[in-house]
Design a binder for this molecule. Sequence first.
Ligand code: BGC
Length: 419
Amino acid sequence: MTVNKVFMQGLGALALLMAAQPAMAQVKEVEVVHWWTSGGEAAALNVLKSNLQKEGIAWKDTPIAGGGGTQAMTVLRARVTSGSIPTAVQMLGFDILDWAALGSLGDLNDIAGKEGWDKVVPTALQKFSKYDGKWVAAPVNVHSTNWVWANKAVLDKLGATPPKSWDEFIAVLDKAKAAGITPLAHGGQPWQDATLFDSVLLSVGGGDFYKKSMIDLDQATLKSPQMTTAFERMAKLRTYLDPNFSGRDWNLASAMVIKGDAAFQIMGDWAKGEFINAGKKPDTDFLCFRFPGTQGYVTFNSDQFVMFKVGADRKDAQSKMALAVMDPGFQSAFNVVKGSVPARTDVPNDAFDACGKKGMADLKEANASGNLFGSMAHGHANPASVKQAMYDVITKHFNGQLDTAKAPDELAKAVAAAK
Ligand code: BGC
C-alpha cells in the first residue's frame, strides 16, 4: 500500500469517527450588550428578540443605559478584561475597528459570503463592518443626526413652518420664547451637545467644512473663522434651553416635544422612535426636517452588532443572530419602529412612514452626490480618542466654561493631542 493510500484510509476512518461523535452541545442563547433602554428603542429591540425566540434562541439581555453608548463601551472594556465575553454587542463605527484590531472579534465571512452581504450593504457601512477583509459585524440600521423634530400643534400655534435657514430657525425659536414655550428641548450630556455640533457644522460650511474638520482633522480648518461661527451658533442655541436641561436624558427631551412643552428637539432619528412609541403620527402630530441649511447632506451612524470570538458551543446561536439581523424582513420591521432606515439597499420603503421614506431618500441622494459623512457625535467620523477630545471642548464651551473666541484653538489643540 502506498503512503498516500494509508493516509487516505486514515482520513476516512477519522471522518467516520467524527460522524459517530455527538455534535458539540450548543448553547441556545445569545447574550447581547446594548444601550437601547428608552421606550422606542426597547420596542424596536423586541422585534429581534422575538424573531430569535422563534428560532429557538433565548435572549440574555444586558442593557447599559446611557444614550450614544459611552457607558456601554466602558462596561464592555471591563467585561472583556475580566474574560466575560458577550455573544454580540451593539457598537458604532470606529469602536468596531478598535476591537477588531485587538483581535477580539469573530469571523462572519462564511455567512456573509453565502448571503451576499457585499452586494447589499453600502460601502460606507462596510468600512466599519469589515476588518482586514473579514466581516466582524452585522449592521442593523442607518441613523442620521442632522434632524429636527417639532411638535406640529405648537408650530401651528406660533404660525410657523419648518425653517429652511439658520436665520429662519432663529426667528421661530424667538417666537416660541416670546410665547412662553421652551424653544429647544435638550439634554446637557456631552454626546447630545456633540449631536447638535454635527448639524451646526454642516449648516455653517456644508460638506467640505465638515469633512475637513471632522474627518480629515485639518488643523487650519479646526481653527478657522468658520469654526468660530460654529461655536457662536452653539452658544446661540444654548440660549433657547430650559433651566433644567443639564444631564437630562435625550428621550426625556423628546417627551417635552411630544407633550408640547417644547417646540423642537435637534436629535438623530432615534427620536422618531419615541414619537411613534407614544402613538404620534408624522405630519399630523409631529414634523421631521433636516437641520436648517443642511438638506442634501447626511451625517450618519450605523448600529452594528459586533460578534465577539466565542467558543464553538456558542457559535451556532451567534450565527443565527447574525442571520436574523440581516434578514430583509427584520430590517424593515425593526427600522420602522426604531426611526432609522435599513442597512441593506434591497429593502423596500413601503412599510415606512413619511419621515422614514424621507430618511431613505435623503441617504440615497447624499450617498450619490458625495454628501454622506460619518457622524462625529456617534463615532463615525474619527477614532474614539479624538471624538472624546472633541466632546470635552464642545461641552465645556456649551456650558459657558470656554469663550467662543478661544474654542476653535482649544479644539485644534485637543485634536492634535488625541490623534
Ligand atoms: C445609536 C442609536 C441610539 C442613540 C441613543 C445612538 O448612538 O446609534 O441607536 O438610539 O444613540 O441612545
